[in-house]
Design a protein around this ligand. Structure first.
Ligand code: G6P
Length: 467
């Protein structure tokens, strides 16, 4: 039993079973999980997550061996492969993620047909199973912090099962407007928003997503929970440790040699539809078209890692990205030095080495809850690198005034901003990066978590949107 319970779909690590039958933990390199690991250190929280791999399922049955626990109390719940597939692949990633990020190609998607409604029933069951685990693990009056769109229905389940708990839900994604919400069947909308509203409080990274949510609650006409804003920041201490680690130092030296004096335009993302990789490359292509002198003086490195390849849209997107990069290199490359390098590998040290070294960091998502890369870059970069940042990223609220603003759909505008960043004089670069670094490091996972837990314990209603 615990008086602080944290819930997320993905846990701190994915477990696999070695040839000799022992469990091996593989820690996620990006996304929500590393922030939660950092936030929970020393809190004594119990972390409840779902089993995703065969190794995870073994942990769900046998518990976590002390050698792998790393000071975190972890419980994995096995909801079964079918429920997990319907809830995670079809509803959470295939529907809610698309809805909240404005990604639907509405001529074709979504199709809320019989199989989709079955998936919604699976999502409901997924949420019920996790809620039961929470209800049986939380002390009387405990605080429960629930993360993200996979677990929206926990609100009403927990309100019914354990009204004594102080519950809070936090979206690390954007939230859609009431107009966009109308894409889903109205009974589903009522269930989804009504259940989120049954949490004591609902949190978001920026006012914009909080305001969209508040309007959705109004549209559904249910009783409003407290809505709050708590921006997340990177763990600067941990990043500094990684910067100085032998692996990162070696990878940085290799990178600098590969650059051979060329300026570095960098992006670092999951291969994710909302990250807008295609328009970023197209913009770089336009820049090289207009300014041939840059072809030998600049390299665009995209450090990416594969994501959600169980969804056909992601597989197709990755292929499209790879084909575009090949076309750009054919068009603008000469000899051994292609102007675009696409690296698809989950290698955190190599990503940090690149973040230390960029001249321009391109972060151009179509829409993003926060985008931690936009903060991690300015924290570790020591070249007075310029941040070209989408105005649709949550991070823009805090960093926009010192970044160069990118309108993510405007390819030519993005090309112009990349050119401007590359041309920027050293004094302006130093001024802007000097402004970015302290803001980017100003909030940590621990300070974020403290704000979220506080919001859970505040009286339920009447807070309104505020930070
Ligand atoms: C990103 C988002 C999180 C989300 C996670 C899920 O990190 O910022 O909001 O929970 O993706 O990714 P996954 O790989 O578990 O589908």
């Amino acid at each position: 039993m615990s008086d602080l319970v944290v819930v997320s779909n993905r846990g701190p690590a994915t477990f696999s079973v070695d040839a000799d039958g022992s469990l091996v933990a593989r820690h996620a390199a990006g996304g929500l999980a590393p922030s939660l690991v950092s936030a929970l250190s020393g809190t004594g929280a119990l972390w409840i997550a779902t089993a995703m791999s065969d190794g995870d399922r073994r942990v769900a049955v046998e518990g976590l061996p002390a050698s792998l626990a790393g000071g975190i109390g972890l419980r994995l719940v096995d909801v079964g492969p079918e429920v997990r597939d319907l809830a995670y692949r079809v509803v959470a990633n295939g529907t809610l993620w698309f809805l909240y990020h404005g990604l639907f190609d509405q001529v074709r998607q979504p199709r809320c047909d019989r199989s989709w409604h079955e998936a919604w029933a699976g999502y409901r069951e997924f949420n019920r199973l996790i809620a039961e685990e929470v209800a049986s693990s939380a002390d009387e009056g405990a605080t429960v912090v629930v993360n993200d769109y996979h677990l929206a229905l926990l609100g009403s389940h927990l309100a019914g099962l354990r009204p004594d708990l102080s519950t809070v839900h936090f979206h690390h994604t954007p939230f859609c407007t009431p107009e966009e919400l109308r894409i889903l069947p109205s009974a589903v909308v009522t269930e989804l928003v009504g259940s989120l509203a049954a949490f004591g409080a609902c949190g978001f990274h920026t006012r914009r997503w909080a305001e969209s949510f508040r309007r959705c609650v109004e549209a559904v006409a249910c009783e409003a929970p407290a809505v709050f804003v708590a921006p997340l920041g990177p763990d600067a201490t941990e990043l500094t440790r990684v910067v100085g680690s032998p692996g990162t130092v070696r990878k940085r030296a290799e990178l600098l040699e590969r650059l051979g004096g060329r300026a570095l335009v960098l992006r670092s993302d999951r291969v994710e539809l909302s990250k807008n990789l295609l328009r970023g490359f197209l913009a770089f292509g336009e820049l090289l078209e207009e300014r041939p002198e840059l072809r030998s003086r600049v390299v665009f490195i995209a450090r990416t890692y594969a994501s959600r390849e169980d969804l056909p849209e992601y597989v197709a997107y990755r292929t499209e990205v790879e084909e575009l990069v090949a076309r750009l290199n054919e068009r603008f490359g000469s000899g051994r030095r292609p102007p675009v390098e696409l690296e698809v590998a989950d290698d955190f040290e190599a990503s940090v080495a690149a973040l230390c070294s960029y001249d321009v960091l391109l972060v151009n998502p179509l829409r993003d809850g926060m985008n931690l890369v936009a903060k991690e870059g300015p924290v570790v970069n020591d070249r007075h690198g310029v941040l070209a940042l989408s105005r649709e990223a949550g991070a823009f609220d805090e960093l926009g005034s010192a970044a160069l603003a990118v309108e993510p759909f405007d390819v030519s505008g993005t090309a112009a901003q990349l050119g401007r960043a590359l041309d920027m004089d050293p004094v302006e670069r130093a001024r802007r990066s000097g402004e970015l670094a302290p803001v980017a490091a100003g909030r940590t996972p621990a300070s974020w978590f403290a704000e979220v837990a506080r919001a859970a314990r505040r009286p339920r209603r009447g807070d309104g949107v505020g930070s």
